[in-house]
Design a protein around this ligand. Structure first.
Ligand code: UD1
Ligand code: MG
Length: 453
C-alpha cells in the first residue's frame, strides 16, 4: 500500500502581520511546518507534497529534500490546492492524506489512525472531526443515523440551528487516491467566493452513496489552527506541555513544567531534574541524574551524567560526567569540561579543554587553552588570548596552581606542577615544577630542586 500526504501551505497568513511565511514561524524551536512534516513522515511510504504559494522560495528552502514542493498560483481554495498535487501523485499512491501546515499539533498517531480507518472503509473518504464549544469558523458536521458523515455545512451558509452543532470539520482527510483525482475534476467553483472547496468532495461522495467515515478526535488541542500570534502562543504552550509530559513519563523530574522550556529534539536521561526558568535548546543531549537550573540556558551542548548546572549559560559546549558549574558560569563554543571539573561563579570558558578534576572557583576567563588534570585556577585569572589580530593558545599542565589574578599572556606554556604567584603577569613559558611571580613574572626558584644549604 502506497501512502503519502499533501500539506496545504500556500495561504498568506495575513493575520500574522509578518514578513515571514506563516508556516515558518517557530513553535518550540522549530518552524511550524517542521512539526507537520515530522508527524506525517512515519505514516507516508512516499515523499510528502507541500503546496506552496506565499513566500514559496523561503518555504522551499526550509523543506529541502523532505518533500516535493508544488506551486499554487493563484490560490483558488483548498480543493484547488489539492488539485496541484495530482501530477506528482496520480497512479503512484493508493491513499492520500490532506492536511494543513498551520495545524502543527496534529499527531503522527492521529494520521495513522485515520489511514487505518480509510483502509477499512468501502467508501473513498475518512475525515477528522472534533467536538468543541468554540466553533472558530469551522464547518459543522452532520451525521447519518448509521454514524457516517452526511454533510459538512460551512459556517457562512449554516442556519442558526446548524450553527449549534458542536461537531466540527478539522479539515484533514484520508482519500482513496484514484477517487480523489476524479472527484477534484468534478467539483465546481463556488460562485460567491470564486474558490474550489475540498469539502465538496465529501458532498460528492455522499451523493454517490459512498461512505464517508469520521474519526472524532479526543484531544481538541490537536486542532489548534494558527492564524494569529495569539494562536501561535497557545500552540507553543500546548506543544511545550506535550513535550514536557513525554519527558516526565520517561523519567525526568520537572519542578514546574509550565516554566520549563525544552525544545523538540532535546534528549534528557532519567532521574535528571530540571528546575524552573530553564531553557534547553537545539541539538542538546543530557545524561542521567543531572540537576539543571533554575534560570539556566543550554543550547546545542552535550552534558553527561550526574552533572550540576546552577543558574548558568551553556552554548556549544561539552560537559562530561560529574561536572558541577555555577552559579553564573558561562560556557561558550568549544568549552569541554572533563570528569569532575568544578567551575564556580563568574567564569567564562571558550574553545578550551579542562582536564579531569580541574577547578575554577571564581571570576576568570579561559579561552583557547588546554588545562591539565587537577589544575587549580585562582580567582581572577585570565588567559590573554587575543593580541588584537590573532587568537593564541595557552597550554597549562597537570596539577598546576595558578595564583589569584594571574594574567597568562598567550602564546604560553606552563609545565606540570608549576605555580604562579598572585597578581603575576606571565609572558614567558614556565618550566615544570617551578614558581613564577611578579609583573612581568620572573623566575624565583625551582620548587622541585632540593635546597642544599
Ligand atoms: C477549511 C474547511 C472547513 C474546516 C476548516 C478547518 C474548506 C472549504 N473548508 O476552511 O470546513 O472546518 O478548514 O481549518 O476546505 N490553502 C492553500 N491554498 C488555497 C487555500 C487555502 O494552500 O488556495 C491552505 C491555507 O494556507 C490554510 C488551509 O489551506 O493552511 C486552510 O485554508 P482556509 O482558507 O483557511 O480554509 P478555512 O476557511 O479555514
Ligand atoms: Mg483557516
Amino acid at each position: 500500500m502506497k501512502v503519502t500526504a499533501v500539506l496545504l501551505a500556500a495561504g498568506q497568513g495575513t493575520r500574522m502581520k509578518s514578513e515571514l511565511p506563516k508556516v515558518l514561524h517557530h513553535l518550540n524551536g522549530k518552524p511550524m511546518l517542521w512539526h507537520s512534516l515530522q508527524a506525517l513522515k512515519p505514516v507516508s511510504t512516499e515523499k510528502l507534497v507541500v503546496i506552496v504559494g506565499h513566500g514559496a522560495d523561503q518555504v522551499k528552502d526550509f523543506v529541502g529534500d523532505d518533500a516535493n514542493c508544488v506551486y499554487q498560483e493563484p490560490q483558488l481554495g483548498t480543493g484547488h490546492a489539492a488539485m496541484q498535487a495530482e501530477d506528482h501523485l496520480k497512479g503512484k499512491v493508493d491513499y492520500v492524506i490532506v492536511s494543513y501546515a498551520d495545524m502543527p499539533l496534529l499527531r503522527g498517531e492521529t494520521f495513522q489512525q485515520l489511514l487505518e480507518i480509510q483502509k477499512k472503509n468501502s467508501g473513498p473518504i475518512s475525515m477528522l472531526t472534533v467536538i468543541a464549544d468554540d466553533p472558530r469558523g469551522f464547518g459543522r458536521i452532520q451525521r447519518k443515523p448509521d454514524g457516517t458523515v452526511a454533510a459538512i455545512v460551512e459556517e457562512h451558509v449554516a442556519t442558526s440551528e446548524q450553527k449549534t452543532i458542536k461537531e466540527l470539520n478539522v479539515g484533514v482527510y484520508c482519500f482513496s487516491a484514484d477517487w480523489l483525482w476524479d472527484a477534484l475534476s468534478r467539483i465546481q467553483k463556488n460562485q460567491q467566493r470564486g474558490e474550489y472547496y475540498l469539502t465538496d468532495t465529501v458532498e460528492l461522495a455522499v451523493k454517490d452513496n459512498l461512505t464517508v467515515e469520521a474519526l472524532l478526535l479526543e484531544d481538541h488541542l490537536e486542532t489548534i489552527g494558527i492564524n494569529t500570534r495569539i494562536h501561535l502562543a497557545e500552540a507553543e504552550a500546548a506543544i511545550r506541555q506535550r513535550n514536557n509530559q513525554d519527558l516526565m513519563l520517561a523519567g525526568v523530574t520537572m519542578i514546574d513544567p509550565d516554566s520549563t522550556y525544552i525544545e523538540a529534539g532535546v534528549t534528557i536521561g532519567k532521574d535528571t531534574t530540571v528546575r524552573p526558568n530553564t531553557y534547553i535548546q537545539g541539538t542538546t543531549t543530557i545524561g542521567e541524574g543531572c540537576d539543571l537550573g533554575p534560570n539556566t540556558h543550554i543550547k546545542n551542548s552535550q552534558i553527561g551524567n550526574d552533572c550540576q548546572v546552577f543558574m548558568s549559560v551553556i552554548e556549544q559546549a561539552q560537559l562530561e560526567d560529574n561536572v558541577d558549574i555555577g552559579p553564573f558560569a558561562r560556557l561558550r563554543k568549544g568549552a569541554h569540561l572533563m570528569d569532575h571539573v568544578h567551575m564556580g561563579n563568574f567564569g567564562e570558558v571558550k574553545d578550551s579543554v579542562l582536564g579531569p578534576g580541574a577547578k575554577i572557583g571564581h571570576f576568570c576567563y579561559i579561552g583557547n587553552a588546554n588545562i591539565g588534570a587537577n589544575t587549580n585556577i585562582g580567582a581572577g585569572t585570565i588567559t590573554c588570548n587575543y593580541d588584537g589580530f590573532k587568537k593564541h593558545h595557552t597550554e597549562i599542565g597537570e596539577n598546576v596552581f595558578i595564583g589569584s589574578d594571574t594574567m597568562l599572556v598567550a602564546p604560553l606554556k606552563l609545565g606540570d606542577r608549576s605555580r604562579t604567584g598572585a597578581g603575576s603577569v606571565v609572558t614567558k613559558d614556565v618550566k615544570e615544577g617551578s614558581l613564577v611571580v611578579g609583573m612581568p613574572a620572573r623566575a624565583v626558584r625551582n620548587l622541585e630542586k632540593r635546597d642544599t644549604n
